[in-house]
Design a protein around this ligand. Structure first.
Ligand code: ATP
Length: 323
């Protein structure tokens, strides 16, 4: 290969910049021309490319977000949109793409590659950590620490006022952030999409906590929790325990921002490097990931279909340690 393109797509995550930097500099090292594509697949369609040399990525390893910007491109889901994208790649002589994003991004890359034979490699960049084929996704560790710091602060005020806080963290389909930040902050209960919860069980936990002499509590709730919205949960709890002083905090997009953690910078550097090496070795329609400290390539098909499983043992541990 002599020319590659790199893009960030879907939800942004801290560390995407470090991954871009690693792709650009590894490509430069091996005399491969590298082009940055702005706003995900939209940039492919609208011919928004920029030549990236090693100095173009200086100082970005510390920055959250993505200098290439990200987007959800509806046009890329159409055959006409992908045709335009292909024509732009041909015009510029680009023969391979590095796509940094989540499973939607990989789905798009796979379809595009199957239609036009363009070589693609994925890098998992999402805070949710729900992608199969890598122990961690880029951005997860930073998001986890952001959530933990925020919940620590909430605990200070919860304790001072004997309050019950319901804290919502991100994770529409996966409870990784909720489970791990909940354990790290000593949450009374953790509600995640992977586990069947009931109001009765939640109430029983509150009763147990009362008996144990707890005067304030934090319940961490993943966005995708099945029991209902966090406001419904708080309302139901107020009905069951009218004496409780209950507050709801939705952490929201602060979890997506901030300077990436050391672990995310290192992971992004490994995967950015690994993606270029993979392309040079002839890999295509695979995702670069790290498993047990080893660089591995997983077929995109598999990365999309399967999911990282949460460690059920952690649920038990959290229950034992909470009270
Ligand atoms: P996150 O999970 O962090 O939100 P993601 O990569 O899953 O990230 P999506 O919005 O689902 O985010 O996907 C990103 C982009 O990938 C879409 O906006 C679209 O351009 C492209 N894409 C997703 N699915 C397809 C598909 N079936 N065909 C073509 N393109 C797709």
């Amino acid at each position: 290969i002599s020319k590659i393109g790199v893009l960030t797509s879907g939800g942004d995550s801290p560390g995407m910049n470090a991954a871009i930097r690693a792709v650009v500099r590894t490509a430069n090292h091996y005399n491969i021309e590298c082009y940055g594509i702005r706003e995900g697949y939209n940039g492919l369609i609208h011919d928004d490319f920029t030549r990236m040399g090693p100095r173009s990525v200086k100082n970005i390893i510390t920055e959250g977000g993505t200098i290439l910007k990200s987007a959800r491109s509806l046009e890329f889901k159409t055959t006409e949109g992908r045709k335009k994208a292909y024509e732009n790649l041909v015009k510029r002589g680009i023969d391979a793409l590095v796509c940094i994003g989540g499973d939607g991004t990989f789905r798009g890359a796979k379809i595009f590659s199957e239609e036009y034979g363009i070589r693609v490699i994925g890098i998992p960049g999402t805070i949710d950590n729900d992608i199969f084929g890598t122990d961690n996704t880029i951005g997860y560790d930073t998001a986890l620490n952001t959530a933990m710091d925020a919940i620590d602060k909430i605990r200070d005020t919860a304790t001072s006022h004997n309050r019950v806080f319901f804290v919502e963290v991100m994770g529409r389909d996966a409870g990784f952030i909720a489970l791990n930040s909940g354990i790290a902050t000593g949450a009374l209960d953790i509600l995640i999409p992977e586990k069947k919860d009931s109001i009765e069980e939640l109430f029983a936990t509150f009763e147990k906590a009362e008996k144990a002499g707890k005067s304030s509590s934090i319940v961490v709730v993943a966005e995708g929790e099945q029991l209902g919205s966090i406001y419904d949960l708080a309302k139901a709890t107020k009905n069951g325990f009218p004496d409780y002083d209950i507050r709801v905090v939705v952490l929201g997009h602060i979890q997506r921002g901030g300077s990436p953690s050391c672990a995310d910078r290192v992971l992004a550097s490994q995967l950015g490097y690994g993606a270029v090496i993979g392309l040079m070795e002839g890999q295509t329609k695979v995702m670069a990931g790290m498993q047990s400290n080893k660089l591995v390539y997983t077929p995109i098909e598999e990365a999309i279909k399967k999911h990282n499983e949460i460690d059920k043992n952690l649920l038990t541990i959290s229950e034992i340690l909470a009270i």
